[in-house]
Write a protein that binds this ligand. Structure first.
Ligand code: 13P
Ligand code: SF4
Length: 390
């Protein structure tokens, strides 16, 4: 293997078991120092047998992902949750909005468990139902609501998905945003899209994949009257982008790409579409976590990659592909702190509780929200094609 002299953190050269261990385990959680955690998780999972199905998002820690029956991106996990009617318990190792979607897509007799209820998503928190309802009223005031189709990213709460379903829209994920937007634009003549809650995924998809210009997009800031726009700007816009973002992917910057390229002519840059537009413009490839994994798997030995997504996944790719040179596209450590809330003590606690007949941390969406959110999710699941194989 050729070694390269990259200035960034070299990955996969060792284990970092102490990373992000700062969260105390209160109550009956086993301590992180318990040397038997792996054996305990294995035993509890075996005891539960076919009653339990464990889903793990790609950003989960290695110590957790080793117990996942299926790992995947948001789209794959939503589909896999829906395809396990025999499992009484779906243990979701991911974040709250993913567990909510799993609850909506599974049967009422199945229970979805989130091992730590504090595993949220800062982006999903940036769009609250009351704010979105106010925005809709603003669109009515501007005289355009009848032509607006809402599309919400999977990374949103169940009530935002329900709002979307109720108003004729659909959910999308990073792996099907383009086809979801095509669908949405076909729903009404001169349709405008209200894209929630990630302005970057909305802009990157509309401009880089669908041929819209930056001038076709406006940003809706929920803290300002009319989102901070004039009525004329709202009437002229095709994409109304909610002002929300991912605090993890927002860290990547174009100057790091320039710096790396100046040193390594053969460097390829692959990023998640939650990155800022300026970063995606400078990248070679953009796609979901599943797409990033498939691309690195297919890359030739000796190729050099800078990856702009969450660090647990980038480290795992570097470990699994020692014949490729993989670096992280940020100068500093950049985990998703809420994804990292799910650690081995929480997983052991959840599995052992279930095995003992104590059903903990159930995620349950209320029936009315579930009804409309499922309509929006089903519209996504019915979309033609997929941008990645799995
Ligand atoms: P994926 O759908 O690509 O897995 O992304 C989910 C996510 O939360 C990215 O921040
Ligand atoms: Fe949310 Fe960003 Fe974490 Fe994904 S990486 S779960 S969008 S905070």
């Amino acid at each position: 293997m050729t070694t390269v002299d990259l200035p960034l953190l070299p990955l996969g050269r060792g284990k970092d078991l102490d990373a992000e261990r700062g969260v105390e385990c209160p109550g009956d959680l086993p301590p992180a120092s318990d040397p038997d955690l792996v054996a305990r998780a294995r035993a509890a999972k075996e005891a539960l047998g076919a009653k339990v199905f464990i889903l793990g998002h790609h950003y989960q820690r290695d110590e957790v992902i080793q117990f996942a029956d299926v790992s995947g991106d948001s789209f794959k996990l939503a589909r896999d949750a829906a395809a396990r009617p025999e499992a009484e318990f779906i243990v979701f190792c991911g974040v709250h909005f993913m567990a909510e979607s799993a609850d909506i897509l599974t049967s009422p007799s199945q229970k979805v468990i989130l091992p730590d209820l504090a595993a949220g998503c800062s982006m999903a928190d940036m769009a609250r139902l009351a704010q979105v309802e106010d925005a809709w009223a603003g669109l009515e005031d501007a005289g355009v609501a009848d032509s607006v189709v809402p599309v919400t990213y999977m990374n949103s709460s169940a009530d935002i998905k329900a709002f979307t379903g109720l108003h004729g829209g659909a959910v999308c994920t990073s792996s099907n945003a383009e086809v979801a937007l095509e669908w949405a634009f076909s729903q009404k003549p001169d349709a405008k899209i209200l894209f929630l809650p990630d302005e970057h995924l909305g802009r990157n998809t509309a401009v880089l994949k669908m041929g819209f210009t930056l001038d076709d997009c406006i940003v809706w800031n929920p803290r300002l009257p009319l989102g901070g726009n004039t009525i004329e700007a709202i009437q002229a816009a095709r994409m109304i982008l909610w002002k929300g973002h991912c605090s993890v992917h927002g860290r990547f910057s174009p100057d790091v790409i320039d710096e790396l390229r100046s040193k390594h002519a053969d460097l390829q840059v692959i990023v998640h579409p939650e990155c800022q537009h300026e970063v995606v413009l400078k990248a070679d490839l953009v796609g979901s976590t599943e797409f990033i994994i498939q691309t690195i798997e297919a890359a030739p030995p000796g190729s050099t990659w800078a990856i702009g997504t969450e660090l647990n996944l980038v480290k795992r790719l570097a470990t699994n592909h020692p014949d490729k040179n993989i670096v992280f596209l940020d100068r500093n450590v950049c985990y998703c702190s809420t994804m990292n809330r799910i650690d081995l003590p929480h997983l052991v606690w959840a599995l052992e509780s279930l095995a003992a007949g104590n059903v903990v941390n159930v995620i349950e969406v209320d029936p009315d929200t579930e009804h409309w959110a499922k309509i929006a999710l089903d519209r996504m699941l019915a979309l033609p094609g997929k941008s990645h194989k799995d």
